[in-house]
Design a binder for this molecule. Structure first.
Ligand code: AMP
Length: 218
């Protein structure tokens, strides 16, 4: 059983790495960002409430995301383990997660902290384009669509997500520094932290993550 947290700023590559870890371990990824975006799209009461926070780059209130994760962890497919991506983002969320897991007689095995410098994060995030019709994601520099502004898969017109605009991104990075970065020390103190350089090829980073979680606990 592997219970993992991927920690790091927006744009560091948590989602990409989580998708590879799913294949490797056969356990689900729990991305609170994905769950919230689906709720926004479906106009559920939670989505309607969350949208304003997300569009401005602020965090959605702790109680909302804690509720999402608690419900998700109770699903049978999490029995073999899980990869949390984008949660916890505050110390209050981390404390709540501990309590939820303790109630299930479970705990976190490893917290993988991915880091890259801020200029690189900005480059990655401001270049992102998404297809609102089918959900495909592109990057103007690293993964451009075949014809500009059109989705390769469904020809939908590509957009820049509201929370990928530069002013919003700068705000998201500040929110990360103030509210989420303290979790590095939090999990370091519990002996769970594994620090991995987030700069390099997707495969090289995956290999570093795997060796960091296979290494003996420091
Ligand atoms: P992400 O895709 O993980 O960058 O999340 C997109 C947005 O969803 C964030 O900017 C927040 O507004 C919201 N969000 C996702 N996860 C959390 C969380 N754990 N706590 C609070 N807000 C979150």
């Amino acid at each position: 059983m592997t219970n993992l947290i991927l920690l790091g700023p927006p744009g560091v590559g948590k989602g990409t790495q989580a998708k590879l870890l799913i294949e490797k371990f056969g356990i689900p990824q729990i991305s609170t960002g994905d769950i919230l975006r689906a709720a926004v799209k479906e106009l559920t009461p939670m989505g309607v409430k969350a949208k304003g926070f997300m569009d401005s780059g602020a965090l959605v209130p702790d109680a909302v995301v804690i509720g999402i994760v608690e419900e998700r962890l109770a699903q049978p497919d999490c029995g073999k383990g899980f990869i949390l991506d984008g949660f916890p983002r505050t110390v209050a969320q981390a404390d709540a997660l501990d309590q939820v897991l303790a109630g299930m007689r479970r705990g976190i095995d490893h917290v993988v902290s991915l880091a890259v410098e801020k200029a690189e994060l900005l480059r990655r995030l401001t270049g992102r384009r998404a297809c609102p019709k089918c959900g495909a994601v592109y990057h103007v520099e690293f993964a451009p669509p075949k014809s500009a502004d059109r989705c390769d898969a469904c020809s939908g017109e590509l957009i820049q997500r509201e929370d990928d605009k530069e002013a919003t991104i700068l705000h998201r990075l500040t929110v990360y520094d103030e509210q989420t970065a303290p979790l590095i020390a939090y999990y370091g103190g519990k002996g769970l932290l594994r620090s991995v350089d987030g700069l390099g090829t997707v495969d090289a980073i995956q290999a570093s993550i795997l060796s960091s979680i296979e290494a003996p606990t420091r």
